[in-house]
Design a protein around this ligand. Structure first.
Ligand code: FIX
Ligand code: ZN
Length: 424
């Protein structure tokens, strides 16, 4: 039965978005059996690189990044807590996220008392396995995609020579290959040596094929360095066979592998790393690159599927137009510096207006398990609000809507469209 009024539509959309179980198409999470790689709990939340960067804007000159990072995690967390939550109100998006998370976990009273040590005691009573269940349930997650880097020893020990079981029901893998696009030959060489593979382009292909067999990834993923230009065939043909750089690794390794193994490539554009190295993970910046690099990829490689997200706000409109032209391109999420309510709202409006439901409205990029709770709650509030407006406009245009129809669309925007794209 059609919904009869604007109010009925608004309330149905609000409720359906709140209740939908999401596919989180990009995170940096690990399952419990990957030991220390699984980050969770209050001290990890407080030392998230977004908060560490924010902390340093306020930190006294005596606490340099070097000194800060030399401290124990708990001491780092104490500094962040004192500066960003006690000395001033935690109104930034990253700070508010910590509060939302704790509140949703039922720790509102401890937050009210600003009692960090009691919060720590609560977390000390959780087990990693039990906590994964709790967070997935609270955040309403179907499954997440993880970031798995075959060039990072601390990760590969969990896979090779003997692979640990991966809870693929809730954690699906993504093969992260930034080293190819940055042409980081040193680190590629190390990974080749580890498996006794020769140092050639063919060798890099072999290496990645091994990792595809081991990790069974759903896609390749890489951040695109701002300097990477799509090389012309002419340029490619002039490379000496021995020259190994990012252009060769892209054209002769990554793209052919993606095609042969039917693995989409998820790209992230517009980050520049690092603009302040002392801040470590928090030191990366945003830069506006050319959306046409992606257009050339989509056009020249029609058999390869691309997932893409851009960090620069100004590129969002151009990206939507591109996605409107290429069936082998799927937009996902509002990444990092775009994952703020004001920008999520703007981006979501443009996307719905140009693409309907053929995109993935958000990914969490969570590094700390608990962040799933706030990232999804905050995003859903904004995206849900935008969708309410869209459906109300459609209603006033003369289109009747049922709750089931809205539910179908909402499911697409929070994971269904991604799954349809992956199955294409
Ligand atoms: O490249 C990425 O996947 C980025 O998301 C991260 O490197 C970044 O540090 C981050 O966590 C942003 O949200
Ligand atoms: Zn990420």
């Amino acid at each position: 039965t059609p919904l009869k009024s604007e109010e009925a539509i608004r309330s149905a959309v609000k409720n359906l978005v709140e209740e939908v179980h999401v596919v989180d198409v990009h995170t940096h999470l690990f399952p419990p059996n990957h030991g220390k790689l699984m980050l969770w709990g209050i001290d990890e939340l407080l030392t998230y690189h977004y908060l560490v960067a924010e902390y340093f804007i306020t930190a006294p000159a005596t606490i340099t990044p070097e000194k800060f990072f030399a401290l124990e995690k708990q001491a780092q967390a104490d500094l962040v807590w004192d500066s960003l939550f006690i000395q001033r109100s935690p109104i930034s998006e990253a700070c508010r996220g910590v509060i939302t998370t704790l509140t949703e976990l039922g720790l509102g009273e401890l937050v009210e008392r600003r009692d960090l040590n009691e919060v720590r005691k609560w977390f000390a009573k959780q087990t990693p396995e039990g906590y994964v269940d709790k967070v997935f349930e609270l955040a309403k997650i179907k499954y997440v995609l993880t970031t798995n880097i075959p060039f990072e020893k601390k990760e590969t020990v969990h896979w090779y020579p003997k692979a640990k079981e991966f809870d693929t029901h809730r954690f699906q893998t993504g093969l992260r290959v930034d080293q190819l696009l940055t042409g980081n030959w040193e680190s590629i060489k190390e990974a080749l040596d580890e498996m006794g593979i020769e140092h050639t382009i063919e060798g890099v292909k072999k290496l990645l094929e091994k990792w595809i067999t081991i990790m069974k990834p759903k896609y390749f993923m890489a951040a695109v360095p701002p300097t990477l230009e799509f090389p012309s065939d002419e340029e490619m043909s002039t490379y000496a066979p021995s020259t190994i750089n990012s252009a060769t690794l892209l054209r002769r390794v990554l793209l052919p592998l993606a095609e042969q193994h039917h693995l989409p490539i998820a790209l992230k554009f517009d980050s520049v790393r690092p603009i302040n190295p002392a801040l470590r993970e928090g030191g990366d910046g945003v830069v506006t690159t050319k959306v046409s690099t992606l257009q050339k990829l989509c056009l020249n490689y029609p058999k390869v599927k691309f997932l893409a997200t851009f960090l620069a706000r100004v590129n969002q409109h151009e990206l939507c137009v591109l996605a409107n032209k290429f069936g082998n391109l799927h937009i996902y999420g509002c990444w990092w510096y775009c994952n703020n309510p004001s920008i999520v709202e703007e981006i979501t409006r443009i996307r719905v207006e140009l693409l309907g439901t053929a995109f993935t409205s958000q990914h969490s990029d969570a590094r700390v398990l608990d962040q799933l709770i706030y990232k999804w709650k905050h995003s859903k509030a904004v995206i849900g609000g935008v969708l309410q407006d869209m459906y109300v406009k459609l209603f006033h245009a003369g289109w009747s809507l049922t709750r089931e129809e809205i539910q179908r669309d909402v499911e697409r925007l929070f994971g269904g469209a991604y799954e349809e794209f992956m199955e294409k």
